[in-house]
Design a protein around this ligand. Sequence first.
Ligand code: ADP
Ligand code: SR1
Ligand code: MG
Ligand code: MG
Ligand code: MG
Length: 423
Amino acid sequence: ETPPGYAPLSEATLPAFLAAVPALANRLGGTPADWRVNEVGDGNLNLVFLVEGPGHDGRTAGLCVKQSLPYLRLVGEGWPLDLNRAWFEQRAMALHAAGAAGRAPALLHYDPALYAIVMERLSPHVILRRGLVQGIRYPKLAEHVSDYLAGTLYATSDLALPASKKRPLVAAFTANDALCRLTEDVIFTQPYMKHPHNRWTSPQLDATAEAVRTDTAWKLAASRLKLKFMASPEALIHGDLHTGSIMVTETDTRVIDPEFAFFGPMGFDVGAIIGNLLLNYLSQDGHATEEHPRDAYQDWVLATVEELWTLFRAKFLHLWRTSGEGDAYPAALFAGPEGTACLETERRTYLDRLFTDALGFAGAKITRRILGLAHNMDLETIADPDLRALCETRCLALARSLMVETGRYPTIKSVTEAARHVR
Ligand code: ADP
Ligand code: SR1
Ligand code: MG
Ligand code: MG
Ligand code: MG
């Protein structure tokens, strides 16, 4: 049963919906009969339409419309899912807009009855994961993603926001319960047990999947990370920042799809992107051919991981030193040279802890893509199952080490070195 006023949009009904909002119709130009609509959703959850109109002054104009379905698209109507995820997505887009500073599509309109978001259409951007699988370099990626991460996470944390402003936001996003539970189940729980949602490359990884289920140290690490995910309202996190949630050109980078947003641990976002890049690195051996070796490309992927963390750390520290009205570290307690020095040491310790969190979450994000419900095209498009299983085995070895032996990785360089040598 869906609420009154809700119905899934279609390519046929979308023009009337847009025509009823003058600012959108005006942006597209011409009349509804001139608008071309395509449903392009390739994610796991929602409908996404791209619309193109004649625009003005001979320049075509586009829009993107994203609508919740009352179920999980990946599985079908048998798995109902809260429509309200669209509300959380548009609220997160609005709250992140200043911190993201142009690194996300502009939010143009929200229809609460249809659970439909209208946003800027990104063009000629492609999904980062697709570009990485093809071996395309994005020179600005680390700079742009670190801008987004530092900007959005710092601005919504207790370092920047007074508690009286943050607490109501934490309360509002606590209601994104359905999507938080989905993450808790499919990332932190199901890959470590027998569960009908799970799948893996079989029979090659049958013994590995079985071994994970009896690996107490790994299950404990996953559960510690789950607790951290559930009980650390540090900042408004994106909540699903994998390489399928980033759209790129050679010069531009935009983060899409924050429907899993809630106040959670910052390391979950940082770890999501690092984990997805490490997974891509290890998948490249499955895509290399004699004519198209991937070694130099693999170097670029790991250099990007290093640059991303290094820039994120520096940008977050800079924001903390230079701005913020948060209540967490009252300035009055840290006056004078001794206070300044002690606060600076505290900032570095904080970033070290965030790094450790991120590595654990990176491992969990890798593991779920190999043993859980939703897999990644980086590995899925390796046609030879033996070769795919070899890449996946390396991914799992690295993932386990990041989760269980996190203390072995004091620097990002130690992580990329481990990725290079994992067998
Ligand atoms: P889901 O929540 O179902 O994963 P996404 O928000 O990831 O949906 O969008 C699915 C796809 O729609 C993306 O992979 C991308 O191809 C396309 N898309 C999403 N937002 C935009 C946009 N603003 N401009 C252009 N294409 C977009
Ligand atoms: C049912 S699991 C679907 C996955 O797709 C989303 O993008 C999230 O990553 C979620 O875990
Ligand atoms: Mg998506
Ligand atoms: Mg999504
Ligand atoms: Mg190599």
